[in-house]
Design a protein around this ligand. Structure first.
Ligand code: URA
Ligand code: SF4
Length: 191
């Protein structure tokens, strides 16, 4: 078991995969360590590589808008990525890079103990939920695994490319909020 600070130190010095050769700054997950919901995206983009903070670019604006729509500020939740270093040219992270980086995500999950995990986009959904997950067809559906709700929504960058996806994402976020509220009420009764 590691603290957040210890994990961040490991990530900041990590050379477990080739992305360490081209990254500017590793991007450790960030937010409320007591968040009931853990958001997992794919990999840092260009902006995030510059400043070392998740979702600070244009995708982050969309992400914050979706969060605000269900009454959350960024610092109330925790958000991280499957790989912590920016893949050059924004390519998909390779399987071996994901494999090298996944222990950090496992430790983040142990630390936060979320009631729900929300995958942002296909790469995270295929890594976390099922290798053949189809984001277009399956986004917004829920699955209970080891007492944690799993779901996936469109990646904010997919919404930037196609604004018609925003309404679907808003509906998925509303369902996320509803389910979280139920979880929190159950918590209140069992504690
Ligand atoms: N896109 C991602 O998948 N993650 C970030 O942190 C920023 C953009
Ligand atoms: Fe290490 Fe992950 Fe960065 Fe690869 S992507 S160097 S495994 S922190």
């Amino acid at each position: 078991m590691y603290t957040y600070e210890e994990l961040k130190c490991f990530v900041d010095r990590c050379r477990r995969c080739a992305l360490s050769e081209t990254r500017k700054h590793p991007v450790m997950g960030r937010g409320n360590l007591k968040s009931p919901v853990l958001f997992i995206a794919e990999a840092p983009g260009n902006n995030e590589d510059q400043d070392g903070i998740p979702f600070t670019g244009r995708s982050g604006v969309i992400f914050d808008r979706l969060l605000a729509g269900i009454g959350f500020k960024r610092d109330e939740i925790y958000v991280t990525n499957i790989v912590k270093c920016h893949p050059p040219g924004n390519r998909d992270p390779e399987a071996k890079e994901q494999e090298a980086c996944i222990p950090y995500l496992k430790y983040e999950t142990i630390l936060i103990r979320p009631r729900m995990i929300v995958c942002l986009g296909r790469i995270a959904a295929q890594r976390i939920i099922r290798p053949d997950y189809r984001i277009t067809r399956e986004h917004g559906s829920f699955l209970l695994r080891k007492n944690v709700w799993l779901t996936a929504v469109y990646h904010p960058s997919a919404i930037l490319r196609d604004e018609s996806k925003m309404a679907e994402a808003e509906a998925d976020f509303a369902a996320i909020r509803e389910k979280l509220d139920v979880c929190m009420r159950e918590n209140a009764f069992t504690q």
